[in-house]
Design a protein around this ligand. Structure first.
Ligand SMILES: *[C@@H]1O[C@H](CO)[C@@H](O)[C@H](O)[C@H]1NC(C)=O
Ligand SMILES: *[C@@H]1O[C@H](CO)[C@@H](O)[C@H](O)[C@H]1NC(C)=O
Ligand SMILES: *[C@@H]1O[C@H](CO)[C@@H](O)[C@H](O)[C@H]1NC(C)=O
Ligand SMILES: *[C@@H]1O[C@H](CO)[C@@H](O)[C@H](O)[C@H]1NC(C)=O
Length: 598
């Protein structure tokens, strides 16, 4: 238990007295290397918590190997201000059962501590109840045989932002030390499957910031070692500025040699930005250039740290906003490349992206299977899809699209078998196995669904929507899915509006007709100019003038949504603007216009 810390006691603490939330000696926690080694060696032996259990030491490289692949409990204990405040309810054991059943080996546990300090000024004691909650969740995780990584999460932009104007670094360092001393005390006797990560995505844009973050890594190590228990042998994750691979490569310094903890570097990877975040109409991924860029980025940090275990502690291509075939290609290539550079991966899941925690259903089971097979080194076959930046339409073999009203004909789906052979195709709902020859055929680069088969599923006048899912199995790797989908262009409930005097998100009613989401939206002013990001005129035809998802557009079951920021842009341009909503499959006629007049 951590005692409450009063004002007077605080005064003594900064002078180095030992108190309930830890000794603090700036010199022993400095980033300098060997100079202070002997001075603080005593702090790592004898002091702090005494544990009765046993601890089986594990090297950082074994930890990293065994924890792969991992899953993030996102938007949960990291929510601001409390667990349950964002889109997820408080986590229950069932979620970890789902994650275990899905094949994951570890859970990263992001925790925001900023709103769980006891009141009173200055007080850096963490509420005992919150420490207990974190400890209980750690127990739920480890009881299922997972490895876990506990961290200090959004504190990095609440009180521990070393780049903030007027940031008091002394204060950040002391608070950071005391926080980690308390976490280290509470979790001191947990087993070697529990690792600590110093801080999530600490802001940093200069070498000085990088040096300060190196110092925080050392302060973190000092604090957990001072807390005692098994912490001196515990695996830790150290970080560089923003946990970005380039900044980490540039500025990260190894920790003080006096600390004997096995350590890995953790970094995050959400790249290419425009694909992962659906910016500027980018709905494709998988060209040779895309793959080369990803390989180069993972290789660069590996080559900088040839002897350091590496963890990509966050990455994702969300099933919410990325196109399906491109997403499966991304999952496959990303995991293979991480394997190639001996790097473990921990997928980000904010509760909307992947696991539906209430229904226990994974939103994209195919992606999960591709991930697990790629981790195991098995070759996956994948639906092909458009990757050419000069294309004017987008093809995706994750779907057998049929336009309502058109005659039902054979559908050819380009496929990347990658050396595997096609074993079977089955209707996922009925379990009926399709007959080769009459229902489908395959070439070395395509699957052909015959019109005879498709006519058993729908006619040209069947209601729009997903009509069947076909499970395709191969001689190796993940089964994939073909969604047989009839579509027409969705219809907007209104096609024009006057720009309101003040901007709020504008909900435009829509009747979906097939795939119930937009691909992107293009915004062109009455003078022909691009509303936002004029430079996108230099991108390909599927990207010019397109807006960016989440900050600028969104959708729900009944609406497409223009965000307030877009209305602001129309107001400052002073020009009537036409928004062309684009749907899947992307083709010039599968669009609906909405005009905002000024
Ligand atoms: C910075 O924080 C330290 C530690 O709390 C404090 O002693 C010092 O007065 C602060 N400096 C300023 C300029 O506020
Ligand atoms: C180390 O990282 C930097 C920054 O990303 C990069 O420029 C450099 O090429 C890397 N070094 C090696 C050996 O890959
Ligand atoms: C096919 O799978 C998708 C994705 O899981 C689902 O939304 C759709 O309802 C399924 N279609 C059928 C006919 O079951
Ligand atoms: C949508 O608006 C654009 C730009 O004004 C125009 O070129 C296009 O023909 C319109 N499309 C439809 C389907 O109305």
């Amino acid at each position: 238990m951590v005692a409450r810390l009063g004002l007077m006691l605080f005064g003594a603490l900064v002078q180095g007295a030992i108190a309930a939330n830890g000794p603090y000696d700036k010199s022993s926690a400095s980033a300098s290397t060997s100079a202070s080694a002997s001075a603080s060696a005593s702090a790592t032996s004898g002091a702090g918590v005494k544990c009765t259990g046993t601890f089986t030491p594990v090297s950082a490289s074994a930890f990293v190997k065994n924890m792969n692949p991992g899953w993030n409990l996102g938007n949960t204990l990291d929510a601001i201000e409390d667990e349950g405040d964002w889109n997820n309810p408080k986590v229950t054991a069932g979620t970890f059962d789902d994650v275990k059943a899905a094949g994951f080996k570890s859970v990263r546990l992001p925790v925001t501590w900023a709103y769980h300090f006891t009141t009173g000024s200055p007080s850096w004691d963490v509420d005992a109840a919150w420490l207990q909650r974190v400890s209980d969740v750690v127990d739920l995780i480890t009881a299922r045989g997972f490895y876990t990584i506990v961290n200090v999460h959004h504190d990095s932009w609440v009180w521990a932002d070393v780049t903030a104007s007027g940031a008091n670094l002394t204060l950040i360092e002391e608070k950071f030390y005391r926080l980690w001393y308390q976490i280290g005390t509470k979790l001191a006797c947990t087993g070697s499957q529990v690792a600590f990560e110093s801080i999530n995505e600490p802001p940093g844009t200069t070498a000085e910031h990088g040096a300060e973050i190196n110092k925080l890594n050392n302060i973190f190590l000092q604090a957990i070692n001072d807390a005692g228990g098994f912490n001196a042998q515990r695996v830790v994750n150290l970080v560089g500025a923003t946990q970005d691979s380039v900044k980490t490569s540039q500025w990260f310094k190894r920790p003080d040699a006096k600390f004997k903890n096995p350590w890995a570097i953790q970094y995050h990877y959400y790249s290419p930005y425009e694909y992962i975040f659906s910016a500027w109409g980018r709905t494709t991924w998988g060209s040779d250039a895309d793959k080369a860029a990803l390989d180069t980025e993972l290789a660069a940090i590996r080559n900088n740290f040839t002897d350091v275990p590496l963890i990509i502690g966050e990455w994702d291509a969300s099933s919410v906003n990325t196109e399906t075939a491109s997403r499966w290609k991304y999952f496959d290539f990303f995991i293979r490349t991480a394997n190639k550079y001996n790097t473990a991966t921990v997928i980000w899941d904010n509760g909307v992206d992947h696991l539906d925690r209430l229904s226990h259903v994974w939103r994209d089971a195919t992606a999960l299977s591709i991930l697990n097979n790629a981790v195991a080194g098995k070759t996956n076959s994948l639906p092909d899809s458009t990757t050419d930046g000069s294309a004017t339409t987008q093809q995706s073999s994750a779907y057998a699209y049929h336009k309502a009203g058109d005659a039902v004909t054979d559908v050819t789906l380009p496929y990347l078998f990658n050396g595997n052979t096609l074993s079977s195709i089955k209707n996922a709902k009925t379990g009926a196995v399709l007959t080769k020859g009459t229902d489908y055929s395959s070439t070395s680069s395509a699957i052909v669904l015959t019109s005879a088969f498709l006519k058993t599923v729908f006619t040209s006048s069947t209601a729009t929507g997903s009509l069947a899912n076909l499970t395709v199995t191969f001689s190796s790797g993940a089964p994939t899915n073909i969604d047989v989908l009839q579509y027409a262009t969705p219809v907007l409930g209104s096609t024009t509006a006057k720009l309101p005097a003040t901007s709020t998100d504008l909900f435009i009613p829509i009747t979906w007709k097939g795939q119930n989401r937009p691909a992107t939206v293009k915004a062109i002013k009455s003078d022909g100019g691009i509303l936002i990001d004029d430079w996108t005129q230099y991108l390909g035809p599927l990207q010019q003038g397109r807006l960016t998802y989440s900050g600028q557009w969104d959708w729900d079951a009944n609406n497409v949504i223009l965000k307030a920021a877009v209305l602001d842009a129309v107001r400052s341009a002073g020009k009537t603007t036409t928004f062309t909503w684009e749907f899947y499959p992307r083709e010039p006629t599968n669009v609906a216009n909405f005009t905002l007049t000024v």
